[in-house]
Design a protein around this ligand. Structure first.
Ligand SMILES: Cc1ncc(COP(=O)(O)O)c(C=O)c1O
Length: 416
């Protein structure tokens, strides 16, 4: 008789449910209605709720300045504009991420994304690969804190300093993550966050850039507000720029979310994560991102796990995930392919957006970065961050489901 749920057996994680996302309650209703009745829906008023959120979020991360924006993609575009990266410059970016980490380099400033491999143990950009990829056209690095795991600043900062590169941190996954007691978004020149609906802090859409550099902050304010300078006449525009402003609805929702995140969610999610990965490691064959004492706090977008098929009788990761989903644990394969394989990076798409000065364009279509390829095709398993709100009981259900598949791997292998 079949034991595994995929073959008709009972589910190991019966009743395990991801909390519906985003969370909300009556306080959120009141906040939205307050903004509605204030008739100040945009931020261009005194006592703006966006301004209040900017201050609170910057303070939480230990940054001097925060500029709220419409989403995480525009946060990256704005960061690249403000730091002075120009058309034709090369910017290094990991091949495994959400497309905005790379596409913003093109859509924001007409610069050229140069994909570099990841470190498979962290899923973040590989410092060795950065070193190898730097040329005399390289002007910047976008480092993504993948799944909330901080990139290796001890290795990356000396490289960017040596080559005089701009470091943009993509912290879309990493609200509150810490490296040696200091929060991400404050190590590079500028940090970018997303508050899109699936993120741990959200207003449906939204983003922010953080920086300690006053000039950069001024530049970001200017570019995010269609070239206006605060305190000068509203119809005077000092640079050609777009409108990236955040709405008051977003600002108000995010301030409340930040309070709850700090007080009720941040530490407990990390604690649940640690319980989960310790037990999974005892089972063998499923590794979390590498343990690193220098990481002192973790935000999450998804839990990132690495599957080793040799410890599951050679069963492919995709088949294992089907079995895990059938046992009642929703999981997926992250972003599925390295970014250079996205249709958006085909030659005709690149030609449309990149200036002649950016030649020679990289041939993304023939690229092959081994760690990124293997990670996407065979190794990565992701579980959405809200699973970490289900406590040890929820974590135990995930562990039980993996253990059950491992015990019955011959049954799965036979039906592959
Ligand atoms: C790593 C990363 N960077 C940037 C973004 C872009 O953020 P948004 O969706 O808010 O534009 C995302 C969104 O998922 C992301 O995951």
């Amino acid at each position: 008789m079949a034991k595994l749920a995929i073959n008709g057996g009972p589910k190991a994680a019966e009743g395990f449910g991801l909390p519906e996302w985003p969370l909300f309650d009556d306080e959120y209703r009141e906040i939205v209605l307050d903004v509605l009745s204030s008739r100040h829906w945009g931020r261009l008023h005194p006592d703006s709720r966006v301004e209040e959120f900017e201050r609170a979020y910057a303070e939480y991360h230990g940054a001097r300045f925060g500029i709220g924006v419409s989403n995480g993609t525009t946060a990256l575009e704005l960061a690249l504009l403000a730091t002075g990266i120009k058309a034709g410059d090369e910017v290094l970016v990991p091949a495994v991420s959400f497309i905005a980490s790379a596409s913003a380099i093109v859509t924001g400033v007409g610069a050229v994304p140069i994909f570099v491999d990841i470190d498979p143990e962290t899923a973040c950009i590989s410092p060795d690969a950065i070193e190898k990829a730097v040329t005399d056209r390289t002007r910047g690095v976008v480092a993504v804190h993948y799944g909330g795991y901080p990139a290796d600043f001890d290795r990356i900062l000396p490289i960017v300093h040596e080559h005089d590169l701009v470091l943009v941190e993509d912290c879309a996954h990493a609200q509150g993550s810490e490296w040696k007691g200091r929060k991400v978004g404050t190590f590079g020149d500028i940090g970018c966050f997303s508050f899109q609906e699936s993120k741990a802090l959200t207003a449906g859409e939204g983003g922010i850039v953080l920086t300690d550099d006053e000039e950069l902050a001024e530049s970001a304010r200017l570019y995010h507000n269609i070239g206006r300078v605060v305190g000068r006449p509203g119809y005077q525009h000092h640079v050609l720029a777009s409108n990236y402003r955040m709405t008051e609805f977003q600002g108000a929702l995010l301030s409340t979310q930040l309070e709850r995140y700090r007080q009720n969610q941040f530490d407990s999610k990390y604690e649940n994560y640690q319980f989960l990965v310790k037990e999974l490691q005892l089972l063998g064959g499923i590794e979390p991102q590498k343990h690193d004492e220098r990481i002192t706090g973790r935000g999450f977008y998804f839990i990132v796990l690495r599957y080793h098929s040799d410890q599951f009788d050679g069963v492919h990761r995709d088949r294992f995930m089907e079995a895990l989903n059938a046992e009642g644990v929703p999981c997926a394969a992250g972003y599925a392919v390295p970014l250079y394989k996205q249709p958006a990076f085909k030659r005709e798409g690149v030609e449309r957006l990149l200036a002649e000065s950016a030649r020679p364009w990289p041939d993304y279509e023939t690229m092959f970065l081994p760690a990124s390829e293997r990670f996407c095709a065979e190794e990565q398993i992701t579980i959405r961050h809200q699973a970490l709100l289900t406590g040890h009981q929820g974590m135990q259900q995930i562990i039980d489901a993996v253990a059950k598949i491992k015990e019955n791997i011959a049954e799965l292998a036979a039906t592959e």
